[in-house]
Each structure stands twice: as C-alpha cells, then as structure tokens.
Design a protein around this ligand. Structure first.
Ligand code: BGC
Length: 729
C-alpha cells in the first residue's frame, strides 16, 4: 500500500514538473517571438476578422491578422493557414474561431433546451462531439459556452444560455468547458472554449438586445458572475466581453470587471476577445470620440483581441512614438501567442483533408444528439394521462408549420448544420413510430407567420377525422438568438388561432411547443390537455419527440427558466427578493389587479409519465458549526407503473439576515432513476459556504436559522430548518 502511495505521489510530481517545464518552454518561445515582432505584427496578432475583407489574404501574408472566424471547412482553413505559415515573415499560425454553440454538423438542442436536462453530462457530451466535428473542419476555438444568466424571455439570446439560475448555470458552464476543451488543448479533438459575454449582457434593459444594464454589485456578484467564475475554475482558455454597458461603463472598456475581478480576484490568465465590432462601438456608447481612442481604451482595459473592426491596427504610430505603452500591447500578444502554443498550432497548423468525411454526423453523434434531445423535453401538462399516446391509435392528425420542416428543428447558431441532415422530420418520425395500420394525417394549418383561412379550415377538417391531434406550434428557429428580442411572447402569426380552432373540434389535443425561449401561452395552459415543451431539438428532433410522445422515453426535463403568463410579469424569476407586503387577499400588497403573480410554470418544473412522491425529510443535525456540515435527505418513491427519472432539487433560504435575501435559492440537484415501485433516499450535504451572500464588498455568512426544501421544483418540496452556529449578528 505504502509503495502504491509513494508511486502515486512520485507520478504526480513528475506530471507537475512536466507541466512546469512545458509552461516554461512556451513562455520562452513566446519571448523569442515577441523579440522579433514589429509593432504591426504585434497588433496583427490582436486582430481578428471574418472572411469579409477583400484583401484578407494580403493582410495575413503581412502578419496583420491573428485570427479568422466563422470561415470553417478544411479547405478554407488550410488555404488561409498556408498563407500565414508559409508566406508571412514569422510564420505565426492563424487561430480559427467559430460559433460552435450547440453542435457543429450534428446539431444538438439549443442550449436552453440542454439546460432543461438538468444533466451537465449531456452538455459535456454535446460539446465533446461538437469539438470533434469542428476540429475536422479546421476550427480550434469556439465562441461558447454562452453563460449569461437571463431572466427576461423577451431577450432572444435566452435561447443560447442555461437559463435564470446561477447554480444551474455554473454547473453547465463547467460542463461545456470540459466538453469542448477536454483535458489537453493540443489534443486532436479539442476546441478552446470562450465563455461569453462577460458580463450581465443577459440583463439588457427591457429585454432589448445590445441595450444597457444597470445592476447592484450584489446582484452582479450573486447572479451574473458565478457562471464565469465556474468557467475560470474549469480552466476556460478565453472569454468574450459583452456588448452591454454595466452601470454606465461598457464591458469592452471596463478595467474593474476585467483587470479587477477576472484577472486579479480570480486569476484568469487566458485571453479576452471583444465582441463583434464592440471596440469601435465604444463611440456610440459615448465613451470614446474616435476609433483610436476606442482602441486605446479597450486594449488598456484588458481586451486582448479585437473582433472585426480593425481598431487596434490604428495604434501602430502611437505605440512606436511611445504614446501608447508597448508593454500593454506585449501583454495581450503574449496571451494570444501562449494560447496558440498551448493549442499546438505551431506544430500542427493544418487539418487533414478527409476529417470532415470521416467524422461528421457519425451514427454515435446522431445517437448522442437524440438522447440529449429526449432528455431536454419537458412535460408541462398531462390531463387524464393523455400522454403517452398509443402506437395502435387508428388515426392521428399532425398539425402546424413544423411537421415537415427539417431546417426549423435546428434553431439559431447551427454552425455547419444543414436542413437536409434532418432526414427524419417530425411527420416521418411519427409515421415510423406508429403501427402500420395507423393513419397519419398532416395539415400545416398555417405558415409560421401567416396563412389563409382556407388552411386553418383544412386543418380543422383534418382534426375532425382523427382520434387525437398533435399540434406542433410556437415560433421559428430564427425567432430566438441574437437580435431577436420580442415584445410579445405569443406564438407567431396565426398559430394560436389555429390551436383554438383545433381544440374547438373537441378532439383530444397535444401541444408540442417549438421555441428557443419561454412563450407565454396562457390560453393553451388552461385549454389544451397535454403540453410538451419541445424547444429546437436539433438534427434528431423528430425521433426524439416521437419517442417521448409514444412513451419509448419517459420525459424527465425540468424548466431551467420560469414560463410567464404574460409579458407584463417580466422580469419574473423564482429566486426573487422579498417585499414588505407579500401578496395576500389584501389589495395593498404586492400583486397585479389583472393577473396572478404566479407564472404559468415555475423554474424547475416538469412532469413525468410516472408519479414521484417525496416524503420523510431528514436533517442530520439541527445545527451546523461554522466549519461543519449537515446532510439533508428525503425519500423519493416512484408510485407509478413505469420507470422514470426525477431531478430532485435542493433549495435554501435565509429568512432573517442583515439584508433581504431571496425567497429561495437552488443549491443542489440530482437526477435519480427509479424503477416502477422503487424508492430511494436522496441526500445532499449542506456547508456554510452555501449560505454566503455579498454584502458591503465581501462575501459573508451570517449565523441564524435557515430553511431548506427538497422537492420537484422551485415552488414545492418538503420543508425543514437548521441553524448555523456562530457569533451573533
Ligand atoms: C455575438 C457573439 C458571437 C460573435 C461572432 C456577435 O454578434 O454577440 O456571441 O460570438 O458575434 O459571431
């Protein structure tokens, strides 16, 4: 045993000293290159373009470009790389970036849908496969994960993140970084990740993209920063700053955020890229008068690479004349070159020509995309157990604009994903699923945006012929994502009208909501017996949905975000602060006169085809010592007659503190699979650091009484209490 221990320690030491030596070698190589570089070449390494500039190749040959993005494909990347490596004076390879957000060629569900799995392993797996495929196309760096917390579904980019909660968001941030980067950045199947958009971009006022944000430091620290901290702890290689200003200071020129928090407090040593033209946008932001001034501000605030607008190149004269410190330029160049060495780009700058054919859309990639899609589906309503449907049903009608449209399954930012890869559309998948005797009728009923009355009438007539109707309705794939803010969260065009007409036939209707974001579907929530949130599930959307609808897969997704009743309730999120007048019957309490406060469905909510019951909450001790821990557990039973998976959630609350604390905060979750009739005790550990909050410039933990819930969502659960010991407040 002793020998084994000794061997283990010796191996660790060898690995550590090997890593140390590697780092030293990289630093020496960076130094040597920096010595040789002209000012233009240095600023070139900090300059990133898309394929747009007509003289791109010339600029690459002159060493004026460090990175090119959204220009994947082995032929394209190899061609440009050859110019950088063979024609430029110093032969520094280009770094190819791409928005590989939820898959490269095999498309996974949109990230908000993946967050609905509450399974970080699914995110990691999707990122791993995306990395393998993107690498085959010559890409070495992805602008993902997008880890902006978003509490406002009007903001279209809510579809790209993990939802409203910092604890869940941090778990997904770590998982994506691990999945993209693997354990070695230079491995043949790794992509460098880029956590974005630092920070609070998701809080854009009025849900309008690119708008300003204004937050207390407490909200920033407790809600918006944690996923970024988690990404840093997972060794993310790079970060992208947001388009937004935070409390009046644009994130592209915010030394407090970048140099202060990110670098000094957290020790982040990767490089930082601006967002698209965000450096020159410091002019319309009103903090720079000229493009040169914008460049000076951004670079000295710690933004190492300049995306698209070429502003940094304008600093050459200032640097040569000593008007802008060369040390600031060198610092940024060093970070970029270091990343290029870490990625092994100097050793292997090119990509093999046949990788795309060998690695795209492999059966195992499709299988993973399908499994993740199945786990992403959230069952929201199932009156009378309408779902799952029988495969022996005589006649089924499929309604809505999505049923035969493969491209619409991909959602926004689908990289190299192609509509024709979605070979099994919803209609085909359901035909494959049901018995040969079943008649499957199709009627679009309306286009996404419009359609004539006659189409609605035809859909109604089709519904009348069926035993059950499944309506796939919502908003198009391009309706969420960047620059897709909405003031309405209704289904697009005439789809709700179509739904009402179909429900009026009296036939049992299942609604599958297709959307990247929460839609406020109050009428449907009250009038449609079965509702499934079906997101944009990617290349394998059809089979995944069919498997859930017909019970091959028991749905287990939970909402990573609150679904409001109406736009008027926004912002609405479960972990809100308290009010002095919580809503009661009394009129003069915090409520609306024309709507309930409650959302349609709360954060964490999701049903199953089986019934899970929670009982017997046990708190291991009524008190936690300041350096101690306790466990909280509950008995989970599968009371139904099918196997199922439940995401058991742990929430805490601090009812009396020196500042008003949220009504609840998620602090743990576990996915538990139980056979029919099976029970299991599910346990969580609580430590004092889970009770901390930000107050007057630091994290504090205050002793006192706390509440704990273990349950199925953010509104229900078994409640217990415990006390944290310590000096009195
Ligand atoms: C988006 C980023 C994206 C970049 C490059 C910007 O408009 O905000 O998220 O990575 O474009 O495509």
């Amino acid at each position: 045993m002793k020998t084994a221990k000794w061997f283990f320690c010796a191996s660790l030491l060898t690995v550590a000293s090997h890593l140390g030596a590697q780092t030293a070698t990289i630093e020496a190589k960076v130094d040597a290159l920096l010595e040789k570089m002209t000012v233009e070449e240095k600023l070139g390494q900090l300059t990133q373009f898309t394929a747009a500039p007509t003289d791109l190749k010339e600029q690459i040959a002159q060493g004026r470009v460090g990175s090119v993005f959204n220009f994947g494909g082995s032929v394209n990347t190899n061609e440009l790389q050859r110019i950088a490596v063979e024609k430029s004076r110093l032969g520094i390879p280009l770094l190819f970036g791409h928005d590989v957000i939820h898959g490269y060629r095999t498309i996974f569900p949109n990230p908000l849908a993946i967050a609905a799995t509450w399974d970080p392993g699914s995110a990691e797996r999707s990122a791993r496969i995306a990395a393998i495929e993107a690498r085959a196309a010559g890409i070495r760096w992805t602008f993902a994960p997008m880890i902006d917390i978003a509490r406002d579904p009007r903001w279209g980019r809510i579809a790209e993140g993990a939802g409203e909660d910092p604890f869940l968001g941090s778990a997904f941030a770590r998982a994506y970084v691990r999945g993209f980067q693997g354990s070695d950045l230079s491995a043949g199947d790794s992509l460098m990740a880029c956590a974005k958009h630092y920070v609070a971009y998701g809080a854009s006022e009025a849900g309008r993209d690119y708008n300003t944000t204004d937050l207390s430091e407490r909200t920033l620290r407790e809600i918006y920063l944690p996923p970024f901290k988690a990404a840093v702890e997972a060794n993310v290689g790079s970060m992208m700053t947001g388009f937004n200003a935070l409390n009046g200071i644009p994130a592209t020129a915010n030394p407090w955020l970048v140099e202060g928090i990110l670098r000094k407090e957290w020790g982040f040593d990767g490089f930082i890229v601006s967002d698209y033209q965000a450096v020159e946008q410091l002019i319309p932001h009103g903090v720079a008068a000229t493009k040169e001034e914008a460049a000076r501000k951004a670079l000295s605030s710690g933004i190492d690479m300049n995306m698209v607008d070429g502003a940094y190149a304008l600093l050459a004269d200032d640097v040569r004349a000593g008007r802008f410190p060369v040390a600031v330029v060198d610092r940024a160049v060093r970070r970029v070159l270091r990343a290029k060495f870490q990625l092994g780009l100097f050793d292997v700058p090119y990509v093999e020509a046949d990788g795309e054919d060998r690695l795209f859309l492999l059966p195992e990639h499709r299988a993973a995309a399908r499994e993740v899609a199945e786990k992403s589906v959230v069952l929201l309503r199932n009156e009378g157990g309408l779902l799952p449907l029988s495969k022996e049903i005589a006649t089924i009608a499929l309604i809505g604009p999505f049923i035969e449209d493969g491209g619409e399954m991909l959602g926004s930012w689908h990289a190299a994903g192609r509509p024709e890869d979605v070979t099994t559309t919803i209609a085909r998948a359901i035909r494959d699923e049901v018995s040969p005797e079943t008649t499957v009728l199709l009627a679009q009923g309306t286009g996404l945006l419009e359609g004539p009355d006659s189409e609605i009438e035809r859909a109604v007539a089709t519904a009348r012929l069926a035993d059950v109707v499944v309506a796939f309705l919502g908003e198009g794939g391009k309706m969420s994502g960047e620059a897709r803010s909405r003031v309405s969260l209704a289904m697009q065009g005439r789809q709700e009208e179509l739904l009402k007409a179909v429900v009026a036939t009296g036939k049992p209707v299942v609604l599958v909501v297709k959307s990247g974001r929460p839609l406020a579907i109050e009428w449907a929530a009250e009038n449609v017996p079965a509702i499934v949130y079906g997101w944009f599930l990617g290349t394998e959307a059809g089979p995944a949905l069919a498997n859930v609808l017909f019970g091959d897969v028991n749905p287990s997704g939970k909402l990573p975000v609150t679904i409001p009743r109406s736009v008027g309730q926004i912002p609405i999120y479960y972990n809100h602060l308290r009010t002095g007048r919580p809503a009661t019957e009394n009129q003069y309490t915090s409520k609306y006169i024309d709507s309930p406060n409650e959302p349609l469905w709360p954060f964490g909510y999701g049903l199953s085809y089986t019934q899970f019951a929670y009982s017997d909450l046990a708190v291991s001790s009524p008190t936690i010592e300041p350096d101690g821990s306790i466990t909280v557990s509950a008995l989970l039973a599968n009371r139904g007659d099918v196997q199922g998976e439940e995401v058991v959630q742990l929430y805490l609350a601090d009812p009396v503190a020196s500042v008003s604390r949220p009504v609840r905060e998620l602090k743990g979750f576990k996915r538990v699979a139980l056979a029919a009739g099976e029970s299991r005790r599910v346990e969580f550990t609580i430590t004092p650091d889970m009770l901390r909050f930000w107050n007057e410039g630091s994290w504090v933990v205050e002793p006192g009484q706390f509440l704990v819930w273990v349950g199925p969502d953010s509104q229900k659960g078994l409640e217990g209490t415990f006390e944290l010991r310590g000096p009195a407040r």
